[in-house]
Design a protein around this ligand. Structure first.
Ligand SMILES: CC(C)=CCC/C(C)=C(\C)COP(=O)(O)OP(=O)(O)O
Length: 376
């Protein structure tokens, strides 16, 4: 088959659009918008360990050690992230707090196989945009989050990720709305950056996972509104679709390679990635429990729900969450051993990077001021 990219530089005239379409549809062809960068590298094996957290008095979390702590690179990525937020008007009036949160640091810790600041930035922007939709729409009452408005806002968030086809004057109105809300602008802008480095199937994966995550947020919103007591199992089922798995869909995109869709969605691979995402988000619930309890309309949180349901102390509930986390990570580790037999260097790299993500996220949650109840 001729190299499709040879056609794409310039020919015009009859038949050109067919050639372009063919090039885009050709099986296995590298999409023209996908920046080159095969980055499947050999990585040293991860070390799993019992890691102390918080003040050290809780049972430790079983987790890979953090692979890379590079404060210089983290500061660079974080500063670029803050510049981007300022440009698009995200977090107006709270930009210093956003800088201190250090999402750029999280991403630098969580993607230790990526050195290129621009690729780290695409993940930092996408995560910061997801988090902005979480804070302003779902969680933080004082930032305007309102369960009554949540579903309508998230429907537009979907349009900012996956623009619907033009529909005359209705699209003009949609676009006006999308460009007037900094949260939606951040989603659109971050998604565009991701798209510059991703294949169509990777982009579809990011969109799909965002929507799955938002379905869970709608459930939390409905529960908040009705005031019903939610069982921990029901919350956990929703949380497993609203986990750092979403963030992990960016691993190969940022890394400059692709786990092919039929491998990414192979049930055993999917289960391993979901386990990693859930384990990481349980760590989030452990760190954020006290802060979330302080909101005038507390958000769902595994520790708080277990304590309420079982009538036990927060400490006992946290111990249950730690045990669940540790079982998940051990199961994920076993998944990785089993899946290592599949003959795909991309998959091996991805599985390694999922574990590395856990180690980086552990480090960030232990050091960011986002979950401190005294944060200003
Ligand atoms: C926002 C984002 C990166 C999505 C994936 C993980 C996720 C859903 C969260 C971390 C949001 O959960 P939560 O609202 O509990 O997060 P905070 O505790 O507010 O950071």
């Amino acid at each position: 088959m001729p190299d499709p990219s040879a056609f794409l530089a310039g020919p015009t005239g009859l038949g050109t659009s067919a050639v372009r379409l063919f090039a885009e549809l050709a099986d296995g062809a590298v999409p023209v918008h996908c920046a080159p960068g095969p980055r499947v590298t050999r990585q040293p094996p991860l070390t799993y360990a019992m890691r102390p957290w918080a003040d050290g008095s809780m049972p430790p979390l079983y987790c890979p050690l953090t692979v890379r702590v590079d404060d210089k690179l983290a500061t660079l990525v974080n500063e670029r992230l803050v510049e981007w937020a300022e440009e698009i008007g995200l977090h107006e009036g709270r930009i210093e707090q956003f800088r201190q949160t250090g999402f750029g640091r999280l991403i630098t810790l969580a993607h230790p196989d990526v050195d290129d600041p621009d690729r780290l930035l695409l993940a930092a922007q996408m995560n910061a945009a997801w988090w902005a939709s979480d804070d302003y729409y779902a969680d933080e009452t004082e930032l305007g989050a309102d369960p009554e408005l949540l579903a309508g806002r998230l429907a537009l968030a979907m349009s900012s990720m996956d623009a619907p086809p033009p529909a005359d004057e209705f699209t003009e109105q949609l676009d006006e709305h999308l460009s007037a809300d900094p949260v939606l602008v951040s989603l659109t802008s971050a998604r565009q950056h991701v798209a510059r480095h991703a294949t169509p199937s990777q982009i579809a994966r990011v969109n799909l996972t965002s929507c799955q995550m938002w379905v869970s947020w709608n459930a939390y919103g409905a529960w908040r509104q009705s005031g019903e007591q939610v069982e921990a199992w029901r919350y956990l089922a929703a949380r497993q679709h609203d986990s750092f798995y979403t963030s992990m869909t960016l691993i190969d995109i940022a890394g400059g390679y692709e786990v092919p869709a039929n491998l990414f969605y192979k049930p055993r691979v999917h289960r391993a990635a979901m386990r990693a995402g859930t384990a990481a988000v349980i760590v989030n619930d452990l760190h954020s429990a006290l802060k979330e309890a302080a909101d005038e309309r507390p958000d769902c949180n595994l520790v708080l729900l277990v304590a309420e349901e079982r009538g036990c102390s927060l400490r006992e509930a946290a111990e249950r969450a730690v045990a669940l986390h540790n079982d998940m990570v051990a199961a994920f580790e076993a998944d990785c051993r089993e899946l290592a037999a599949l003959p795909s260097p991309e998959l091996r790299q991805f599985l390694w990077a999922l574990g590395a993500w856990l180690g980086g996220s552990f480090e960030w949650h232990s050091t960011t001021n986002r979950y401190s109840t005294t944060e200003t």
